[in-house]
Design a protein around this ligand. Structure first.
Ligand code: NAD
Length: 486
């Protein structure tokens, strides 16, 4: 396949235009399918950060009092532009991440457009309440927070930028977005498109860089909120730094989510759910159900079907739409995944399927299924963030629930059963922010998404995200005389 040119116009998008400052540390953009450098950007210098924050602060004042219906129209026009350019944006997402075009054509710019449409539609519906106290009364106003910072992970660069920008902008905030240093390209396209859709300059800025740029943004006194998508370790650091300035936070972090498969399940659906929840995006999905708990009666049949279904994996050129499984996004992450597989074997696990790194350029690891596991093994406890499914068995429902909850994380959970009462009884006991019954990993824009415990704070998407980008101002209205003691 001919590879499109991935090089951006410049590293950053600030105050409505591309800007470069080559004094910043060079960051190579590596195409993970081949290991080749396909572009280079520069980390933001203090001068770039200053321009981004100053323009955001300036532009936000007028945006906060703009007609909310107009804010919504801008977002919906941006959604239309994303959809119209879906193929080019998907190709760029594939080059940025390595994910196959078969996926990016349906999951990335498309999901971003859905979020822009959704929050564009809600923009004019930000309302307060009124409360009576006899003659007196009070009312509330939902106010924008001001300048918000978005910090992204590398697995869904377009989607993450849109999921953060859309509710922030709909409610009258400005955003400075820092993509992951390993996937810096896609957010720049969103910035370009928002300007084309009519967003005033300065309201959505993209600055590049690694953790230190994110840290500088997090602690800047002009910043009112930080919304991070990343690992639990980074989340702890960013939340602590934000707390120093009493800033709002949304933390979308990692997980080690369970999928429970009961004995009355439609087996083929459960296998499909487990495949989607472990191998989509080569396993680099925060909400993946990497602990698959099977009722013990299903073990052999489930593994037989997994074997058969994984024979259809095509690990080819990600730009070829026939390819359905891509590489790991970075060399470092591929090493982490291979170390996890080796540790699992050393601790007594069986590699039932896959387990090998392909002998070719790039960072390719086979979809891998581990069996003969116990809950205390490293691969069952720690997030791997790669294509590694741990298969465990249980004897009864109470045991399944207790073991599913025995984790510090709480991002997601799934269960497969035909028993309606059991489905709702079990889901009510699962300690996870986002759960699926007879489905896995679908995240429409109208559904709150996020985790509990070590998996994060706050929710993205749905109406609740509008609350997370606003705060309540209360106004007491005195209707009579003012009484005082003296
Ligand atoms: P990461 O934590 O290494 O980095 C995330 C982002 O934080 C990057 O942009 C990075 O530059 C920045 N960063 C690092 N240190 C920082 C600091 N001190 N201050 C401010 N910013 C800092 O995560 P990653 O490896 O890019 O992504 C993988 C992780 O993200 C996994 O744990 C995965 O589960 C999680 N994730 C969660 C969700 C979700 O919605 N819950 C979605 C995707 C990924």
């Amino acid at each position: 396949m001919t590879r499109p040119d991935a090089r951006p116009v410049a590293s950053h998008f600030v105050d409505g235009a591309y800007v470069e400052d080559a004094a910043g540390t060079p960051i190579p953009v590596i195409y993970s399918a081949t290991g080749e450098t396909i572009a280079t950007v520069h980390a933001a210098t203090p001068g770039i950060l200053e321009r981004a924050l100053a323009s955001a602060e300036r532009a936000q004042v007028a945006w906060a009092v703009a007609d909310p219906a107009e804010r919504g129209r801008v977002l919906r026009r941006a959604a239309d532009l994303l959809r119209a350019r879906n193929r080019a944006l998907s190709e760029l997402e594939t080059l940025d991440t390595g994910k196959p075009l078969q996926e990016t054509l349906v999951a990335d710019a498309a999901s971003g457009a859905d979020a822009l449409d959704y929050f564009g539609g809600l923009a004019a519906d930000v309302t307060g309440t009124s409360i009576r106290f006899g003659e007196d009364w009070a009312y509330t106003i939902r106010r924008a927070l001001g300048v918000c910072v978005g910090i992204g992970a590398w697995n869904y660069p377009t989607q993450i930028a849109c999921w953060k920008a859309a509710p922030a902008l709909a409610t009258g905030n400005a955003m400075v977005f820092k993509p992951s240093e390993t996937t810096p390209l896609c957010a720049l396209k969103l910035a370009e498109i928002l300007i084309e859709a009519g967003l005033p300059a300065g309201l959505f800025n993209v600055v590049q860089g690694a953790g230190e740029v994110g840290a500088a943004l997090t602690t800047d006194p002009r910043v009112a909120k930080v919304s991070l998508t990343g690992s639990a370790a980074t989340g702890r650091k960013v939340a602590a730094a934000a707390a120093g300035g009493m800033k709002h936070v949304t933390m979308e972090l990692g997980g080690k989510s369970p999928i429970l498969v009961f004995e009355d399940t439609d087996l083929e659906d459960a296998v499909s759910g487990a495949i989607n929840g472990n191998f989509y995006s080569s396993g680099q999905v925060c909400s993946n159900g990497t602990r698959v708990f099977l009722h013990e009666s299903l073990h052999d049949a489930f593994l037989d079907r997994l074997h058969a279904r994984l024979a259809d994996v095509v690990m080819g050129d990600p730009l070829d739409e026939a390819t359905n499984f891509g590489p790991i996004t970075t060399a470092a992450q591929a090493d982490i995944v291979m170390r996890h597989i080796a540790t699992a074997e050393a601790e007594g696990a069986t590699v039932a399927i896959g387990g090998r790194r392909l002998d070719r350029a790039g960072y390719w690891i086979e979809p891998t299924v581990l069996t003969d596991l116990s809950d205390d093994m490293t691969c069952v406890r720690e997030e791997i963030f790669g294509p590694v499914m741990s298969v465990l068995t249980f004897a009864d429902e109470a045991e399944a629930v207790a073991r599913a909850n025995a984790t510090e994380f709480g991002l997601s959970a799934g269960l497969f059963t035909r028993d309606l009462a059991r489905a709702h009884r079990v889901v009510a006991q699962l300690r996870a922010g986002t759960c699926w019954i007879n489905q896995y990993n679908l995240t429409p824009a109208g559904m709150p998404f996020g985790g509990s415990r070590a998996s994060g704070i706050g929710r993205e998407n749905a109406r609740v995200a509008m609350d997370h980008f606003t705060e309540v101002q209360t106004v007491y209205v005195g209707m009579g005389r003012v009484e005082s003691a003296f």
